[in-house]
Design a protein around this ligand. Structure first.
Ligand code: PEP
Ligand code: MG
Length: 594
């Protein structure tokens, strides 16, 4: 009998973070942590058994590295050289001899002997003065982890290991995991953990696969091979659906695809309201490869290039040439007339293997974004050189993330000026008048908007972080998602203040947080008179259509009305009613305000 027939249908409600419906076979990603435990050996027989186990895990690790090397051979930009280094460490006779010596001398199991050897190596590396060489302990530790996994016999699964068209189910996925899904045939994913505007969610949207996060216990409810439906639009996951439910979702999926296709028909028309106000609609991208999709969905510019994704899944820091080549490709991309390149925002929920980011208790409020750049000036300059060089090829803006006050702008501008001077003295062409803007995503930047506006060319409001900091809600924590409200009266007042201050100072104010692409928020944002909205490409056709079918006058009336409400719930209700009446065709009941 089919295993699925024995199982009851289970439906779970989570947070839909990437729209669309997928019906497929589940693949549960096994991600148990592996910890070294100590056990004492009783004698010679056990000692030689442990040595044999260790030698076997060395051989297996070596073979895995050779496989990775073969896999990487044809892909550019990834360090197969680094894999060579790891193989050299594995082949190092002293390393293996030390582990075996620890097994024998201390009568301990191979895992513990490996742990002892690694900490002895760490002590030696800590005494090295040269920063680069000292950091190479990371390579030794990486190899140690691989041996440990082999000793445990449990493979720590990676997304890149998954074969076949499946729906991934996992406790949690990092943005780096999600990025890898774009090159595999992953249909969609569902996770226990995660919030609406986490970077994992943002990547899911950018690679256009349906996803639901924050399901709390989906990993307990599903086994690999179960049939699973992920409805990323409604935030629902159904495990072991009966044929009738499958049929209903197939119909829903067809309806969704027809609606999307319909929306695409006039995606290229300009975003001008019925009473003549033009709104600059740009795309948020994480990868250069998204440019064709951005243009296809109706963007003629990039409002936010999240350049930190250049660092993700890389074993080594990208070079100036790698940066330059990515920026130039965006700027000269077919159909792209302007591009705003955000300097890297590493930290928070985005990780990188080798940028020297320490583990922090509270990374979202830690050394991230501009703070990190102002400390790691050399790293920052590499990126700035590349952006400035690329600016010679088209209309480019620099966007500085996480600005909390005037001093950070002054410091960043000094570094930008220094880099400009260097490039000019080297005779390299740049746009000397390149526009410099800041993200408004820290509450102090809202309060200080007047002083900040005097020192920059444009503002871009990052609602993902602004909401997180203003309402004190962790954007990746599913437990507090119910409090994450873009239409909270405090948020609307802050946006209004930033727009007013920006316009009084004669600068443009755009928005590039997820709120900008939420069709339910579009009339409110029109009423708030934002000059530009930048969003994930898939969201563009619908938002543009709403803009074209609205007037600023009616949007302002709606805004004035909602500004009298004291709670986010009342505002949401009012906006929803308005949308259902005004745009019934775009407004399925299960839309969520993101
Ligand atoms: C934001 O915070 O709104 C934003 C656009 O930046 P990110 O999502 O990359 O933090
Ligand atoms: Mg942000």
């Amino acid at each position: 009998m089919d295993e699925n027939e024995l199982k009851a249908t289970i439906a779970l409600k989570g947070i839909g973070v990437s729209p669309g419906i997928v019906i497929g076979s589940a693949y549960v990603l096994n991600r148990q942590d592996i910890k070294e435990t100590l056990y004492k050996l009783s004698g010679g027989g056990e000692v030689s058994r442990e040595i044999k186990r260790f030698r076997k895990s060395l051989r297996n690790s070596r073979q895995e590295l050779l496989d990775i090397k073969t896999d990487l051979k044809d892909r550019k930009g990834i360090g197969s050289l680094l894999v060579d280094v790891h193989i050299m460490i594995l082949d190092d006779k002293t390393f293996a001899r030390n582990v075996i010596k620890n097994i024998k001398d201390h009568c301990v199991n191979a895992e513990w002997a490996l742990k002892m050897t690694l900490s002895q190596q760490r002590e030696i590396f800590d005494r090295i003065e040269d920063d680069y060489l000292r950091e190479r302990i990371k390579d030794v530790e990486y190899v140690g982890q691989r041996i440990l996994i082999n000793l445990s016999g449990k493979a720590l699964e990676r997304v890149s290991d998954i074969e076949g068209e499946v729906v991934v189910v996992a406790r949690d996925l990092s943005p780096a995991d999600t990025v890898q899904m774009s090159t595999r045939k992953i249909l969609g994913f569902a996770t226990d953990i995660g919030g609406k505007t986490s970077h994992t969610a943002i990547v899911a949207k950018s690679i256009a696969i349906p996803a639901v996060v924050g399901l709390e216990k989906i990993t307990e409810e599903v086994n690999t091979g179960n049939v699973i439906i992920v409805d990323g639009t409604a935030g629902v996951v159904i495990v072991n659906p009966d044929p009738e439910v499958i049929k209903r979702y197939e119909d829903k999926k067809r309806h969704y695809l027809v609606m999307e296709e319909d929306m695409l028909k006039d995606a290229h028309l300009p975003a001008v309201t019925a009473d003549g106000r033009s709104v600059g609609v740009g795309a948020n991208i994480e990868f250069v490869e998204e440019i064709p999709s951005a243009v296809f969905h109706g963007a003629n510019g990039v409002g936010l290039y999240r350049t930190e994704f250049i660092y993700i899944n890389k074993e080594q820091l990208p070079t100036e040439e790698e940066h330059f080549s990515s920026y130039k490709k965006v700027i000269v991309g077919e159909g792209i007339k302007w591009a705003t390149i955000r300097t890297f925002d590493l930290g928070g929920d985005k990780f990188v293997s080798d940028a020297g980011l320490a583990e922090e208790m509270n990374p979202v409020m830690g050394l991230r974004a501009i703070r990190f750049c102002l400390q790691e000036v050399e790293l920052f300059k590499v990126q700035l050189r590349a952006i400035l060089r690329a600016s010679a090829y088209g209309n480019t803006g620099i966007l500085l993330p996480m600005i909390s006050g005037v001093k950070e702008i002054m410091d960043a501008r000094n570094i930008i000026d220094e880099v400009k001077g260097e490039l000019l003295s080297e005779g390299i062409p740049i746009d000397e008048d390149i526009k410099i803007g800041i993200m408004i995503e820290v509450p102090s930047a809202v309060i200080m908007a007047e002083q900040l506006a005097e020192r920059v060319d444009f503002f871009s409001i990052g609602t993902n972080d602004l909401i997180q900091y203003v309402l004190a809600i962790d954007r990746v924590n599913e437990r507090v998602t119910y409090l994450y409200k873009p239409l909270h009266p405090a948020i609307l007042r802050m946006i209004r203040q930033v727009v007013d201050v920006g316009h009084s100072a004669g600068i443009k104010v755009a928005m590039c947080g997820e709120m900008a692409g939420d069709p339910l928020c579009t009339p409110i944002l029109l009423g708030l008179e934002l000059d530009g909205l930048s969003m994930t490409p898939l969201a563009i056709p619908r938002v543009k259509k709403i803009i074209r079918n609205s007037t600023v006058k009616e949007s302002k009336e709606l805004l004035e009305k909602v500004m009298t409400f004291p709670t986010a719930q009342e505002i949401e209700e009012c906006v929803r009613d308005y949308m259902v009446q005004r745009f019934p065709e775009f407004c399925p009941v299960d839309w969520q305000i993101t």
